[in-house]
Design a protein around this ligand. Sequence first.
Ligand code: ASP
Length: 586
Amino acid sequence: MFRTHTCGSLTAKNIGETVTLAGWVQKIRNKGFVIWVDLRDRYGITQLVFDTERTDASVLENAKSLGREFVVQIKGTVIERESKNLLMPTGEIELLVSELTLLNASKTPPFTIEDKTDGGEDLRMKYRYLDIRRNPVKQNLIFRSQVAMAVRNYLSGEGFIEIETPYLIKSTPEGARDFVVPSRMNEGQFYALPQSPQTFKQLLMVGGMDKYFQIVRCFRDEDLRADRQPEFTQIDCEMAFVEQEDILNAFEGLTRHILEHTKGVELEKFPRMTYDQAMRKYGNDKPDIRFGMAFGELTEVAQGFGFPVFDGQELVVGIAVPNGAEMTRKEIDELTEWVKRSQVGAKGLVWVRYQADGTLKSSVDKFYNTETLQKWAEKTAAKTGDMILIMAGNADKTRSQLSDLRMELAKRLGLRNPEIFAPLWVVDFPLLEWDEESGRYHAMHHPFTSPKPEDIPMLETNPGKVRANAYDLVLNGNEIGGGSIRIHDKSTQQRMFKLLGFSDEQAKAQFGFLMDAFEYGAPPHGGIAFGFDRLVSILGGQETIRDFIAFPKNNSGRDIMIDAPATISEEQLDELNIALTLKVKK
Ligand code: ASP
């Protein structure tokens, strides 16, 4: 037997037993007459002891030549430790070694294999296999596996069938660029890697599979924003013969199950909000509702008093910062500078202090009396001791700027507690969104999303107003899932493609297979996909999804461990019949 136990399993109960362990040398303390070695494997650390009195001279000699991260197999007797470490499961015992086999030596690792390492991000990524030996990364990967297992258990229990869909496909638009793969056997032609299995899962519904899921890799060639990965994982799901309500219930159930089984957290029924409400109340379609600071619209009670910054603006809107009245001028100035940065782009901030004695003091006292300020306090739900911060301008922009400020303040005030989980559904998204650059409408979710039946008459006359049967699941200010009821008839799908600027020929060339399928008894259907990496990182209480992916790419989309992407050989290019003329940008 290679090992009888793991490095995390021996306790006082095993004292006196002869055991065999295998693992990596974490640490060596050589006192001359005695050597202690911490031996580590996935399960924990066990202290080994070698000494001049009890250990064979040759074994002791071998122990002296060990180095960090050497791989060894050892046989020994479990003995009671003199100085116990009750913080460790194995802290009451140590192993008196009788046999030591060196399985493999190791170079000195480029960074310390400790919970807090001295390795920078790049170094850790280059030697990711060493990084994975560290507890924090290891634990994250184990946690990820537990979440995946909870998903499979729940969905299988609900009658969902896990089905794999192909990776070498034709474009499925989710609003990003495709990664393409040249086909050797079909000269001059390319596959696209799926941005999602969207069309396939719909075809599975036409195929009568009824309830499908897949934990699946998706590929999107986007300009990488912080914490986006070009390949990422979704929990992808689809159901037939359902209405929106059925889907929300099914996946609220899944989310609740995951939280209960991986975090021991029981959630109340998830609140729901329309897209419109979310934008008005939080300036954001993925509001973080772990804390208040909801928007109060002040346009009506702030205009017409001769204050030029507010008058004539589309929207005047404010938030009450809890216990913010004590903010100094300096702090307010700093916040004002913060909102004026180009990333936020606001023009400035108006403030009103709701002082502890109940009086109100503002930066615009010249224009407004107490009675008016009192109305602002009511609309922003400010209490004594709060600070009201106000912005004005174009409605959409101002909402988004105030939303940025709200999130920043919440961060500074420590209101984004990672131990609290506040999910909600955002429903009734607009079907389309106007894209300035291309001068046309884009599908806000994707082109297969069905409009609300009552809004269909507006499709051609007022497309921007049409709402979709689309929903997002939001958790702690992050969109963790999104989906829709789909179009399942050919003519509506054709109308949709037309709206999105596809000619009939283009639509047929790209999605003819789907519209054909709709002519063979496609059932009403709908679904959702969860961003698995993001979900796991939120549940794990951390911000970056990279920490929950075994082999992630860096911010330039590179895997710096295997050094990909890379050029390919002339031979490979020839086989593919590709002549490479790179238009290298300076
Ligand atoms: N395919 C969609 C996405 O990747 C999810 C869905 O509509 O089910 O966002």
